[in-house]
Design a protein around this ligand. Structure first.
Ligand code: MN
Ligand code: MN
Length: 464
């Protein structure tokens, strides 16, 4: 019987089991690079800036620098500093299909309101409007850093990054002491901290002088003016984001895990970017999407719903001398895509939200999610069995550990990714990413084993 079991059962083994020292070192080294990158790239703009640097160092050039494209050429296109597409031109004609991997580089956070600055009770504050799906109470009483840009009317752009260096000040949103929180503690968790109260404490010294009101606010504005030459109105044309000031860190006595902010979805963005850097002599043209605005529905001109990606692919076709009327539609219909976004990892503490048989486990490799959606697969892009089989074959040939998973129990919640956007254009798409614990929290947890399997998966897909 045991023999038959061995032959027929899907064994779902943990990837760390009986791992060789050399292999473990390879995984740990790769993850060190990942954590270093995360510490330099906490926002979408910073991620794109770092990606451009890495791409340039590896022979990629802006597509505008090419008059024509031939196999082996490496190009990128940056959309408003917040999203990016990269491609390595393959031997095959593009009309036979692209191999696309698409992730997103925005993560849940707190944005400043257009009129953020005010003074109350001797403190100066920034008012915020949260971005993406957060549990608001998690964002109080932790160190936060300020990242972003302020653009003056003359076009001058000031880049902010305060709170990441040890010598920088940090900021925080205060919470009520338990002694006086009887009423707050009676509230539902989602109402415990209200969105309107997510106000960032930014200072407490009044400006010198006897008279006048709002002296703390004035002092802050004076500091900002001396440092950056801005006035209060310049905050109108800014994009300032508050993110956790924590560093990405190795976690656990066995050092098998990573704790970091923004791993959804910078973990898939980083691993796919790295996989793209060393591609040579590939068959189908490889395309890497680093998109923005996924956490708020992929809308707007840097989100995946925009037509900027179509424009990029059209440019590839134009410069490869392949383009003709309606070819773009055909290209999408013949393309394959891994929608590389994170998956909910099985958390034993909250085991009741998962179907253990269909949950993604940390340390068991890359998670393929055939469909997402919620309540009867509503809104899901459901990958067809043929494409799942193709993907399985690609993974098994390359000895990559993978699991087929679902996001939680039926009717308990749900979610989505950018998968449906390309699928709606006719592309074969499957969600394919890394399982995460504490997703969307200021500190998210992943397994180093899965990070490396993701890298191997993306490399294998593009080399297929
Ligand atoms: Mn995501
Ligand atoms: Mn997300």
């Amino acid at each position: 019987m045991e023999e038959l079991k061995e032959k027929l059962f899907n064994k779902k083994k943990v990837g760390w089991e009986n791992i060789e020292t050399r292999q473990k070192e390879e995984i740990f080294n790769f993850c060190k690079g990942y954590m270093d990158f995360l510490n330099k790239a906490k926002t979408e703009r910073e991620f794109i800036k770092q990606s451009k640097k890495v791409a340039s160092e590896n022979g990629f050039k802006d597509i505008s620098e090419f008059n024509e494209l031939k196999p082996g050429d490496k190009v990128y296109f940056i959309n408003r500093d917040k999203s990016m597409y990269l491609a390595v031109i393959g031997q095959e004609k593009m009309e036979n299909g692209l191999h696309i991997i698409g992730s997103h580089v925005d993560s849940p956070r707190l944005d400043l309101k257009p009129n953020p600055l005010y003074e109350d009770g001797g403190f100066a504050y920034f008012k915020t409007h949260y971005y993406g799906g957060i549990k608001k109470y998690q964002w109080t009483a932790i160190p936060l850093s300020i990242h972003g840009v302020i653009v003056k009317t003359n076009g001058e752009k000031i880049e902010l990054n305060i709170g990441e260096n040890e010598s920088d000040p940090i900021f925080t949103i205060t919470d009520l002491l338990p002694h006086l929180a009887i009423e707050q503690m009676e509230k539902k968790l989602k109402n415990g901290v209200e969105g309107e109260n997510l106000n960032l404490l930014i200072g407490s010294i009044p400006i010198n002088g006897e008279n006048g009101t709002e002296k703390v606010k004035l002092n802050i504005l004076n500091i900002l003016n001396q440092k950056y030459g801005i006035t209060e109105s310049d905050l109108y044309s800014s994009e300032i984001e508050l993110v956790p000031a924590f560093k990405a860190r190795t976690m656990g006595f066995d050092e098998s895990l990573i704790a970091a902010y923004g791993q959804d979805d910078k973990i898939c963005a980083y691993t796919s970017l790295m996989a793209m850097m060393n591609l040579e002599n590939i068959k189908n043209t490889a395309v890497c999407i680093l998109s923005d605005k996924e956490e708020i529905g992929s809308m707007g001109n840097t989100g995946m719903e925009s037509h900027v990606f179509d424009y990029f692919v059209s440019e590839l076709l134009n410069k490869a001398g392949e383009n003709r009327v309606n070819l773009l539609d055909k290209v999408f219909c013949y393309s394959k895509m891994l929608s590389s976004d994170v998956d909910a990892g099985f958390d034993p503490i909250y085991a009741n939200v998962s179907d253990k048989n269909n949950a993604g486990f940390l340390g068991r490799g890359i998670a393929l999610v055939k469909y997402t959606g919620s309540r009867g697969k509503s809104g899901a892009s459901d990958a067809n069995a043929e494409f799942v089989a193709w993907t399985r074959n690609m993974l098994e040939k390359n000895n990559i550990k993978y699991q087929l998973t679902e996001l939680g129990k039926v009717d308990i919640g749900g979610g989505g990714t950018i998968a449906y956007i390309l699928a709606n254009k006719g592309t074969d798409v499957i969600d394919c990413g890394v399982p995460v614990l504490s997703m969307h929290a200021p500190y998210e947890v992943t397994s180093k084993f899965d990070v490396y399997e993701a890298f191997k998966t993306y490399k294998a897909f593009w080399n297929e």
